[in-house]
Design a protein around this ligand. Structure first.
Ligand SMILES: NC(=O)c1ccc[n+]([C@@H]2O[C@H](COP(=O)([O-])OP(=O)(O)OC[C@H]3O[C@@H](n4cnc5c(N)ncnc54)[C@H](OP(=O)(O)O)[C@@H]3O)[C@@H](O)[C@H]2O)c1
Length: 415
C-alpha cells in the first residue's frame, strides 16, 4: 500500500510534483509513494531521475475504470496532474470514492468541476472521501491571499473587507500541452451549449448548488483599464477567472464570513504609462482571440491548431528562466478603510504548482484528523485551513504578507 500515488507524473506539472514529493518526503522515508501514468517508458525515465528504488510505478491510462481502480486500491491518496480532467479523470475520482481513497488534483476546468459538484459530492461524503481540487497556482495563492488579507483587515479595523481585488503581479506562465487542452476542453463544452455557456460565464459558477444565483455582480474584466488602487493599468488574466470563482466558492462554503455583499475579482497588473497600456492591449487582443474562439469550427478550430501540442511544454532551463511569481491584493472595508497584501514564491509557476499540490496532499495524508473537512469536495483553504499556509511558508513554497510587495515588482507580468 502506498501513501501517495502521483498520477500524471510524466507531465510538466506532474514530473516536478514527483521530484518534489520524493525529495521532500519519500526519499526521507516519511511516505511511501508511487508514480503513475499511461506510458511505461516515460514513467521509467522519471523513476530513474528520482533515483529512489522504493518509489513504485503503476501504469494507468486515463478514462480506464479498471486501471483507476488498481491505483485507488493501492493508495491512501491519489494526487492527479493528468489533464484534461474532464476527459480522463472521471474514472479516477469514482475509483477513489469507491475505495475510500482521498484525492487532490490541479484541475480548474469549470465545466468539469461543476459536473463533479452536482453529481459526486454526496457520494464522497458517504464514502468519507476528501476531494480537494485546484491545488496549484490556481487557486491556492488567491484563496489564501484573500484569507490572509481579511484576517489582517479584521485585526486592524475590526471589520472585513467587502471588496478585494487580486492581481497576478509578477511571473511568466508557459502553457503546456495538457493545460492548453484543458482550456480548450472548457471552450468546446460551451461552444455549442448555451446553457453550459451561461453556467461557465456566471462569476459564481463554482458555488455550491442553490447558491449560484442572487449574488452581488462581479463580472470578469474584459479589457485593459487604469486602476486607481494599484496606480497602474490592469488587464484580464484568464487563470484569474478560475481563481475568482474558487474564492467565491470558498466564501460560500464557509457560509459567507465576509458578508453576502463581499466581492472578489482578479486580473493582472499591466504597468504604468502608455507603452505598457498598449503592450497589455496587444497581449489581451491575442489572448482573447483564443479565449473567445469556438474551437469546434472555422477560424477558432484553426487558431486552436496553433496552440501547444500534447506533450509539449517548457524545458527545465525555461522553467528556471520563468522565475518567481507573485500576486498582490487590495481590499476595502465597508467604512472605506483600505489594506494591501501579497503572496510571493521563489519557485517558477510550474514547480510552484507542483509543490503546492504536494504540500496540500501531505496535509491531507498526515493530518487528516485535524482538517476542517474530511469528506466531500472542498477547496484547499476550506478543507485544510491555516496548516497549509504554515507549511507552505516553512518549506519556502509560497509566503503571504501584508503591505506592499517590494517596489521593483509589479510590472510586465505575462502569460
Ligand atoms: N491548478 C494549477 O495551477 C495548474 C497548473 C498547471 C496545470 N494545471 C492542470 O494540470 C493538468 C496538467 O497540466 P500540464 O501543464 O502539466 O500538462 P502536460 O504536461 O501536458 O501533462 C498532462 C499529463 O496528463 C497525462 N495524460 C494525458 N493524456 C492522458 C491519458 N489519456 N491517460 C493518462 N494520462 C494522460 C500526460 O501523460 P503523458 O506524459 O503520457 O502524455 C501528462 O502526464 C492540466 O489539466 C492543467 O490544466 C493546473
Amino acid at each position: 500500500m502506498y501513501d501517495i500515488v502521483i498520477w500524471g507524473a510524466t507531465g510538466f506539472s506532474g514530473r516536478p510534483a514527483a521530484i518534489y514529493m520524493n525529495k521532500m518526503y519519500a526519499s526521507k522515508g516519511h511516505i511511501k509513494m508511487a508514480i503513475a501514468g499511461r506510458s511505461k517508458s516515460k514513467l521509467e525515465k522519471v523513476h530513474a531521475e528520482l533515483g529512489n528504488p522504493d518509489v513504485g510505478i503503476i501504469i494507468c491510462a486515463g478514462a480506464d475504470a479498471e486501471a483507476a481502480d488498481v491505483v485507488a486500491k493501492a493508495a491512501k491518496l491519489v494526487c492527479s496532474a493528468v489533464g484534461p480532467a474532464a476527459k480522463y479523470s472521471n474514472e479516477m475520482v469514482q475509483a477513489c470514492i469507491d475505495n475510500g481513497t482521498d484525492y487532490c488534483d490541479l484541475s480548474g476546468e469549470i465545466h468539469w468541476l461543476r459536473k463533479m459538484y452536482d453529481t459526486k459530492v454526496q457520494e464522497a461524503i458517504d464514502a468519507n472521501v476528501l476531494v480537494v481540487n485546484v491545488c496549484g497556482l490556481d487557486s491556492i495563492p488567491t484563496e489564501y491571499g484573500v484569507k490572509t488579507l481579511q484576517e489582517a483587515a479584521f485585526e486592524q479595523y475590526g471589520e472585513y473587507c467587502n471588496e478585494i481585488k487580486g492581481c497576478f503581479a509578477r511571473g511568466h506562465i508557459d502553457v503546456a500541452g495538457g493545460s492548453f487542452e484543458s482550456g480548450k476542453g472548457v471552450m468546446e463544452a460551451i461552444a455549442n451549449d448555451p446553457v453550459m455557456e451561461d453556467m461557465v460565464s456566471n462569476p459564481y459558477s463554482l458555488n455550491p448548488q442553490g447558491q449560484i444565483e442572487g449574488n452581488p455582480p462581479c463580472p470578469d474584466l474584459e479589457s485593459v483599464i487604469y486602476d486607481d488602487d494599484f496606480s497602474q493599468y490592469i488587464m484580464p488574466f484568464p487563470v484569474g477567472q478560475i481563481n475568482a470563482r474558487v474564492v467565491r466558492r470558498a466564501h460560500a462554503l464557509a457560509d459567507y464570513p465576509y458578508g453576502k455583499d463581499f466581492v472578489y475579482s482578479e486580473s493582472k497588473l499591466a504597468g504604468k504609462g502608455i507603452v505598457n497600456k498598449m503592450k497589455a492591449q496587444l497581449e489581451n487582443f491575442f489572448v482573447s482571440l483564443f479565449v473567445s474562439a469556438n474551437p469546434t469550427k472555422g477560424v477558432g478550430k484553426m487558431l486552436m491548431s496553433l496552440g501547444p501540442k500534447e506533450g509539449s511544454g517548457p524545458s527545465d532551463e525555461k522553467m528556471v528562466k520563468n522565475g518567481s511569481y507573485s500576486f498582490v491584493f487590495f481590499g476595502r472595508t465597508p467604512s472605506g478603510k483600505t489594506i494591501q497584501g501579497y503572496c510571493h514564491s521563489e519557485l517558477d509557476p510550474h514547480r510552484g504548482t507542483a509543490a503546492l499540490m504536494c504540500e496540500t496532499a501531505m496535509c491531507v495524508l498526515k493530518h487528516r484528523d485535524e482538517l476542517k473537512q474530511t469528506s466531500g469536495f472542498w477547496t484547499p483553504g476550506t478543507a485544510i485551513g491555516e496548516m497549509l499556509k504554515v507549511n507552505l511558508a516553512k518549506n519556502k513554497v509560497l509566503e503571504f504578507g501584508i503591505g506592499e510587495l517590494d517596489s521593483e515588482v509589479g510590472y510586465a507580468a505575462s502569460i
